[in-house]
Each structure stands twice: as structure tokens, then as C-alpha cells.
Design a protein around this ligand. Structure first.
Ligand SMILES: O=C[C@H](O)COP(=O)(O)O
Length: 256
């Protein structure tokens, strides 16, 4: 059984002051309540210590939006896995389409980071997804398969439980346009089948596959109810404590 992961990616939003207010609000909403699934917030690096502090006595987990593939050393501007672990971060988002597009991150580079995160006993959330032109040209499966293959070729299947994939169709990110539940399910099933062909069915079954792209309270139930959708990677709606909590409540009522 896979636990649903509701993950918020705050992107380059919410500096320390705003982040603390937002995190405190989330904790307040869930005070005294239990959450049967997993909730995660990935703030910008500078806000992480504040969010960690706000979440200290709660079930909320924290993660980062990127990390270096190197150990501590002379790498100006970078952040290491050991620094994130010191803050008790457990997840790292990797290969987000914004990093691929604006910072030229390649599949090989992303694979190195995924390996580093897994080797250091953290959990990568590997983002994959096609652009609108790929979808229109019916190339979406090939694009996603190629992005995944570079990483899967290097990751041992023993990491399956810590390995998280996020399917984020680029055309649905921040646009208000969402993949239909069927489009999401079809791609998630394709991803799981591909992982099974690279590893095996038993390990593929352990991998959580999140959907990302304009997920909000109004569409979360339909998306999260799909058999291969194991959670959400949420941008805009995670910047509002109420919206994020509503999605969590929906996830709480769905069991896989
Ligand atoms: O990482 C999150 C995704 O890019 C989705 O962002 P969004 O919910 O604002 O569309």
C-alpha cells in the first residue's frame, strides 16, 4: 500500500517572514487532528530553517527544491545533502521543468543528483513531463520515458520505496489548465509499467507517482482517486494554507 504524498513546492516564493506565517497557519489548521497520509512543504532554502521550526511538533515534513550532487566543499552558491539533513529535511525535488528550462539541467546531471540524494538516505522527487508541443505531436510518452530511463538506468531497485516520481505536464504548470484525470492516470500507468520493465513489477508498485500541474481543491479528488496517482506536487495552491489543507483533507479520505 502506497501512502499518498501531498507535497507543496513554494518555488521562489515566501521568504523567511512569509514562510513562517504560512507554516504556522498550516500547523494551526491541523492542530489536534491526525493526518493518515504524508504532507510535505518545500520552501526556498533561506526559509527552510523557519519552516522546520514551525513544523517541529507536527506531522508536516520539509524538503528542498534542489541540491548539489557534490559533498561539502568549494562549490560557491550550492547546498549539500548533509546541510539539508542537518535541518531534518527528508525530500528533495529534482529535475523540475523550471530547472530544466531556465537553468539548463540535463537528464544526466539530474540523474547524478538523484543518486546522491538516495545514497545519502533522502528521498528524491524526480519531475518528468512533456511540453505542449510534445503532447500535440503525440510524443508525450517517449519524452517521459527518455527522461526516466537516464535515471532508472543508474538507480538500484532497492531504492524503490524512497524513489518518488512527479509527472508534471509542462503545459499544466501554473496555467490553470490541468491534465484530465484520465490523462493523468494513463501517464502514471505508463510510468509504472516502464519502471516495472526496468526493475520489476513488485518494486514498481512501491514507487509513488505524484501528479503536478494546477492541482487545487476543486480537482484534487478526481485526480487523487486514480489508481496510479499517489499524491500531488502542488505549486500555487500550496501558497495558501486553506487550499493546501483542503487538498490534504481530500487525500485523507482516499486510501490506496
Ligand atoms: O511543482 C509544482 C508544479 O510545478 C505545479 O505548479 P502549479 O500547481 O502552480 O501548477
Amino acid at each position: 500500500m502506497r501512502k499518498i504524498l501531498i507535497a507543496g513546492n513554494w518555488k521562489m516564493n515566501a521568504g523567511p517572514t512569509e514562510a513562517k506565517v504560512l507554516a504556522d497557519k498550516m500547523v494551526e489548521i491541523w492542530k489536534g487532528k491526525e493526518f493518515s497520509q504524508e504532507a510535505l512543504i518545500c520552501p526556498p532554502y533561506v526559509s527552510l530553517p523557519f519552516v522546520v521550526k514551525s513544523f517541529r511538533d507536527s506531522f508536516f515534513k520539509t524538503g528542498a527544491q534542489n541540491v548539489s550532487n557534490e559533498d561539502n566543499g568549494a562549490y560557491t552558491g550550492e547546498i549539500s545533502t548533509s546541510m539539508l539533513k542537518e535541518l531534518t529535511c527528508s525530500y528533495v525535488i529534482l529535475g523540475h521543468s523550471e530547472r530544466r528550462e531556465y537553468f539548463n539541467e540535463t537528464d544526466d546531471f539530474i540523474a547524478k543528483k538523484v543518486l546522491k540524494v538516495l545514497d545519502d538516505n533522502m528521498r528524491p522527487i524526480l519531475c518528468v513531463g512533456e511540453k505542449l508541443e510534445d503532447r500535440k505531436a503525440n510524443n508525450h510518452q517517449t519524452i517521459v520515458k527518455n527522461q526516466l530511463k537516464v535515471v532508472l538506468d543508474q538507480v538500484d531497485k532497492s531504492h524503490a520505496e524512497n524513489f518518488v516520481v512527479a509527472y508534471e505536464p509542462v503545459w499544466a504548470i501554473g496555467t490553470g489548465e490541468t491534465a484530465s484525470p484520465q490523462q493523468a492516470q494513463d501517464m502514471h500507468e505508463f510510468i509504472r509499467t516502464f519502471i516495472a520493465s526496468e526493475w520489476n513489477a513488485e518494486t514498481a508498485d512501491k514507487v509513488r507517482i505524484l501528479y503536478g500541474g494546477s492541482m487545487k481543491p476543486g480537482n484534487a479528488e478526481e485526480l487523487l482517486s486514480q489508481s496510479d496517482v499517489d499524491g500531488g506536487l502542488i505549486g500555487g495552491a500550496s501558497l495558501k494554507a486553506d487550499s493546501f489543507s483542503e487538498i490534504m483533507t481530500i487525500a485523507d479520505q482516499i486510501s490506496k
